[in-house]
Design a binder for this molecule. Structure first.
Ligand code: C5P
Length: 222
C-alpha cells in the first residue's frame, strides 16, 4: 500500500513573478525566482498530493509529478488558480505585481519628440484574498506568504487576518532571499508563531509539506 500522507489531496501552488505587459515587447516584473514555490509544489507531490503549479515566468524546470500551468499576468494567474479549484490546499507564494498597465499598447510604443510616455497603472486583484474568502470552493487550508523587511511577525499576523488565510509564511527579505537557495521563515498561524532557521529552500518546503500533512492527519482523527 502507498502510505504517502497527502494521497487523494489536491493542491494548487502559485509561484514566481508576474509579468505585466506595457506593449508587445516591454513589461513590468519583479525579482522573484520562484524557487521556494517550486520546492513546495515538489514537496507536496512527493507526499502524494495532486499538485497544480500556476507559475509566472521563471525558467525553472517543471518539478517531477507536478502539472504546471504557465501564466504571465496577475489576471491570468488569478484565472488559472481559480480554475484549479476545488482543492484541499492552496499555497500562494507568487510575487504578484500590485499594479498592471491600465491599457496595454497594441503596438510598440515609439520614442519620439513628445518625450517619454506616461504609464497609467491600475491595481491588480488580490488572488490570495479571493481564494481565502468564505465560499463553497474555499480550500480547507489556505497559505499565503509575507515578504517583509521590518516587523516580520506583526506584519505577517496582520496579513493573516486581512487576507483571511489560515497560515502565513513570513520571510525577512532584507538579506539575500530573492534568487538565493536559502531562506529563514516564520510560520504564523492562529495558534502561534514558529521560527524556522535559515536552511535550503528545499528543506523549508519539505518541512512545510510535512506540517500540511500533519494538519490533515489531525483533522481526520478528530
Ligand atoms: O499583500 P502582499 O502582496 O504582501 O501579500 C503577499 C501574499 O499575497 C502572497 O501570498 C502573495 O502570493 C499573495 N498575493 C496575491 N495576489 C496579489 C498580491 C499578493 O495572491 N495581487
Amino acid at each position: 500500500p502507498d502510505g504517502r500522507p497527502l494521497l487523494g489531496r489536491k493542491a494548487v501552488v502559485t509561484a514566481g513573478p508576474t509579468f505585466e505587459a506595457i506593449d508587445p515587447v516591454r513589461g513590468l516584473t519583479n525579482r522573484s525566482s520562484g524557487k521556494q514555490g517550486y520546492a513546495i509544489a515538489s514537496a507536496l507531490a512527493t507526499l502524494g498530493a495532486e499538485v497544480t503549479l500556476v507559475s509566472g515566468p521563471t525558467g525553472l524546470p517543471v518539478p517531477v509529478g507536478v502539472s504546471r500551468i504557465d501564466v504571465e499576468s496577475a489576471l491570468e494567474m488569478k484565472a488559472a488558480t481559480e480554475a484549479a479549484l476545488p482543492a484541499d490546499i492552496a499555497v500562494l507564494s507568487a510575487a504578484v505585481a500590485d499594479w498592471r498597465i491600465d491599457t496595454i499598447s497594441g503596438g510598440k510604443i515609439k520614442k519620439g519628440p513628445g518625450g517619454p510616455p506616461t504609464l497609467a497603472l491600475i491595481e491588480n486583484p488580490d488572488i490570495l484574498a479571493g481564494i481565502a474568502a468564505p465560499g463553497p470552493n474555499r480550500p480547507a487550508l489556505v497559505i499565503g506568504f509575507a515578504a517583509e523587511t521590518t516587523e516580520l511577525e506583526a506584519n505577517a499576523r496582520a496579513k493573516l487576518s486581512r487576507k483571511g488565510c489560515d497560515w502565513i509564511v513570513g520571510n525577512d527579505v532584507s538579506d539575500d532571499v530573492f534568487g538565493s537557495d536559502g531562506n529563514a521563515v516564520l510560520l504564523v498561524t492562529r495558534d502561534g508563531t514558529e521560527s524556522w532557521p535559515r536552511q535550503p529552500k528545499t528543506a523549508i518546503a519539505r518541512q512545510l509539506a510535512a506540517r500540511i500533512a500533519d494538519h490533515f492527519n489531525a483533522i481526520s482523527l478528530k
